[in-house]
Design a protein around this ligand. Structure first.
Ligand SMILES: [Zn+2]
Length: 100
C-alpha cells in the first residue's frame, strides 16, 4: 500500500535509519518500560543501526539506557524507542560540545 503521507520533512538521519530497519526486520514487542507495544529489533539490527559492537550494545542494555525484552523462546529484542532516544542524545551531545 502506498501511504506516502507527506509530513514536513523534518526527519533526522537517525529517524530515517530507524525507519529502514523497522521496515527490514522489526517486530512488535511489549516493552515493560514503555508500558506499551513497541517496535523492537534484535541485536544484529541494533548493531547495524548504531554502528556499535555487540559488547558495547550489551553494556548499554545493562546500563539501562535501552529497554530490553526477551520474549519467551525468542531472541532478545531491543525497544526501538529507547534506542532512538539514546542515539539522538548521543549525536546531540556530540554536536553541542566538540571536546572529545
Ligand atoms: Zn521501551
Amino acid at each position: 500500500m502506498f501511504t506516502t503521507a507527506r509530513k514536513r520533512t523534518q526527519i533526522t538521519i537517525e529517524t530515517s535509519r530507524v525507519l529502514i530497519v523497522r521496515r527490514m526486520r522489526s517486530s512488535r514487542t511489549w516493552c515493560p518500560e514503555c508500558a506499551r507495544e513497541v517496535d523492537a529489533v534484535g541485536l544484529d539490527e541494533a548493531t547495524s543501526l548504531t554502528g556499535m559492537t555487540q559488547p558495547a550494545l550489551r553494556e548499554c542494555v545493562e546500563a539501562g539506557k535501552w529497554h530490553f525484552s526477551e520474549p519467551s523462546g525468542g531472541a532478545p529484542m531491543i525497544c526501538l524507542d529507547s534506542l532512538m532516544k539514546s542515539m539522538y542524545a548521543h549525536s546531540k551531545s556530540r554536536m553541542s560540545k566538540g571536546d572529545e
